[in-house]
Write a protein of this length. Sequence first.
Length: 324
Amino acid sequence: MSQSTRALGGRRVLTVGLHVADVLGRYVDAIPAGQGLALLDEIRLTVAGTAAATAVDLARLGVPVATVGAVGDDALGVFLRSTMAAEGVDVDALAVRSAHPTSATMLPIRRDGSRPALHVIGSNAAIRADDLAAVDLDDVAVLHLGGTCLLPGIDGAPSVALLRRARASGVVTTMDFIPTGDPADRDAVLPCLPFVDYLFPSEEDALSFAGATTLDEAIAFYLDAGVTTVVITRGAAGVSVSTRERRDMRLAAYAVDVVDTTGCGDAFSAGFIWGLVDGADVVEAAERGLACGSLVATGLGSDAGLHSVSDVARLRAEGVRGAV
């Protein structure tokens, strides 16, 4: 039994939201014209998405985890369910919806680790309000809602109802969101925030959604909207953690050789949640998140670099930190 399992007393983490199959190739310097051919070093198919990848990372960290979402009745759906189950994730509530293809993304990875995305929403649009209403929170310690703004079937009132129910049950709530620029994003996100203990936006998303030009403005926006703790990931610049008592505590990222930044935010969420279930304070939880996100950046795909708690311990002991 892992340390995290002992700390939870048998309770688990529940991730809800995006489940995506990623097809990644590196390195892509340019897309060939017409029927041209480009030779790549590597192509991989991986589990991705802000609920799915976070769940896999949590399982690798020894945290008992289940997931809620939807996949299609197709080969990619079989891949997601079977791969997550093999990693130790409980996929009983990962529904199969035959009317929709499994959500998928093609990612041509550039040499600096950045990547444009070609995406099919597919089955993530088929998660329904009754999927959330059926969630049993009795054995849940932490609920992570991942991918708000890209979950049309549950954005807004269904997500608010789940978070409200979780809060009433004493469950710790965490959330991230992926703003699209549509005015409907505000209706999806803002009503959720009073029921969110820890919010995990990237700096770009935090600023754009808040209409802010500085971190201070963004932090004030989310705290005023009701979030208890705002945790803004900043890529190579590390992370900013803000509570009502202390704002903008900055922690430095690890200096690693970046291959691909896909899934780094999801790994950060997993590391932070791992800290929460172990009873860590926000600084220690954020330190774990930084290490997990940095490890994933060292390989191709959301499942790269982070395989066990020992990987995190090694990086924290030996890793070089950047500037905040």
